[in-house]
Write a protein that binds this ligand. Structure first.
Ligand SMILES: Cc1ncc(COP(=O)(O)O)c(C=O)c1O
Ligand SMILES: N[C@H](C=O)CCC(=O)O
Length: 421
């Protein structure tokens, strides 16, 4: 038994499935997950000493790559001063100022400890601020695992038989309406908030159709509903001002996570001042957290954001472009039908000839089973993609041309192997 196999066996004895988040168990790609010993920039090294070019990057949390020296130094310095107090600290204010300064239209923000907490709290706020009940979400969008949002979910929820979860009562989702992505749904005066991934990145990568986000803005305005962008993936990745800046559409509420914590547990939700001032202690909508605004997470997040200027985004775009172009020609050249959508630094991978525009078409691609075979063939060649067909690829600022070219060579070999089988 290898160390890896042994760890997985021991993990399965004491942790359900051996993992602390289902996608990590390799359920949809088969085999034993690699246990990471350490990360170095664009690479992870497993407990057997095998090195992979890593496109998981903690599902987008590690935009600078793993163990960036400035982030390590900031976290070490913060830890030496104490890791949590239950009292406000200066860096919480600094991080909130950075977020508000970058996102056009966002006036206030509250820090939490995960993306799930961010969307869950923002939904409560939207209901409290409007006095309405209904929330509208889109099939294949994933907003974390709060009950009201755990229906027709993307990411690894999509691999559950019904894309939702046992234990979520019909009452908990009675006021959740699910609509197809990329179609503006009819809304009425009961709708408190429409929550959307402005670029869907949890059913593979599905860009918003032309006019979709503006259509949502107009439909919300027509009935007095709030619009929320779940930017847990897109925030501070698509550019300095995230999806709001890229698409020129401002929602009323935003949810963030991942990048703003520099690899530590963090989330945030923000919005217009009049809406945010409905939150306790100013208003009647309760929300709280022992570790919210955590000193280590704010140190890491501030350090990451300081590295993310316009030049950094241009470089990241270049890395993602090289990757997307290379994968398209390597896989297509081997005779497999493939689509490699890209929105700035975000890259997707769908097998099959038909365009993917929503959850239905994403499932058609996933169910070909080609992703599973491609994933395994790439892992054998030292390239780690996400272990599920409903995820995106996350090139980081640490990926070099050499890393990308190695990936493309591996992709050509893997696709040829699959095409011949
Ligand atoms: C768009 C989106 N929203 C919310 C979440 C939930 O974030 P977390 O896993 O930090 O709870 C995720 C990722 O998991 C996500 O991708
Ligand atoms: N797609 C998810 C987040 O973006 C994957 C993270 C997880 O579920 O562990």
């Amino acid at each position: 038994m290898t160390t890896n196999d042994e760890l997985f066996a021991r993990g399965q004895a004491v942790i359900p499935g051996g993992v602390n988040s289902p996608v990590r168990a390799f359920g949809s790609v088969g085999g034993t997950p690699y246990f990471v010993a350490r990360g170095e920039g664009a690479h992870v090294v497993d407990v057997e000493g095998r090195r992979y070019v890593d496109y998981v990057q903690s599902y987008g949390a590690s935009i600078l790559g793993h163990a960036h020296p400035a982030v390590v130094a900031a976290v070490q310095a913060a830890a030496a001063e104490g890791s949590t107090f239950g009292a406000p600290t200066e860096r919480e204010v600094l991080l909130a100022e950075e977020l508000v300064a970058r996102v056009p239209g966002m006036e206030m923000v509250r820090l939490v400890s995960s993306g799930t907490e961010a969307t869950m709290s923002a939904i409560r706020l939207a209901r409290g601020a409007t006095g309405r009940r209904t929330i509208v979400k889109f099939a294949g969008n994933y907003h974390g695992h709060a009950d009201a949002l755990l229906v027709a979910g993307g990411s690894s929820v999509a691999e559950q038989a019904t894309s939702d979860s046992a234990g979520v009562t019909s009452g908990a989702v009675a006021d959740t309406v699910v609509a197809p992505y990329n179609e503006v749904p009819p809304l009425d005066e009961d709708v408190a908030v429409v929550i959307v991934e402005p670029v869907a990145a949890n059913m593979g990568l599905v860009p918003p159709a032309d006019g979709f986000l503006q259509g949502l803005r107009d439909a919300c305005d027509a009935v007095g509903a709030l619009l929320m962008f779940d930017e847990v993936i897109t925030g501070f990745r698509l550019g300095v001002g995230g999806a709001t800046e890229r698409f020129g559409v401002a929602p009323d509420l935003w949810a963030f996570g991942k990048v703003i914590g520099g690899g530590l547990p963090v989330g945030a939700f923000g919005g217009r001042r009049d809406v945010m001032e409905r939150l306790a202690p100013l208003g009647p909508v309760y929300q709280a957290g022992t570790l919210s605004g955590n000193p280590l997470a704010t140190a890491a997040g501030l350090t990451v954001l300081r590295e993310l200027d316009a030049d950094a985004y241009e470089r990241l775009d270049g890395i993602a472009g090289r990757l997307a172009d290379g994968l398209t020609s390597a896989i297509g050249g081997a005779g497999l039908d493939v689509q490699v959508p890209r929105v700035g630094p975000l890259v997707g991978l769908f097998f099959g000839a038909d365009p993917v525009t929503d959850f239905v078409t994403a499932k058609v691609s996933a169910e070909t089973g080609t992703y599973r075979r491609f994933f395994r063939a790439m892992l054998d060649r030292g390239v780690a993609l996400a272990p599920g067909p409903y995820e995106a690829l996350f090139p980081s600022l640490a990926h070099t041309d050499e890393d990308v070219d190695r990936t493309v060579t591996a992709a050509a070999e893997a696709a040829t192997e699959i095409a011949r089988a």
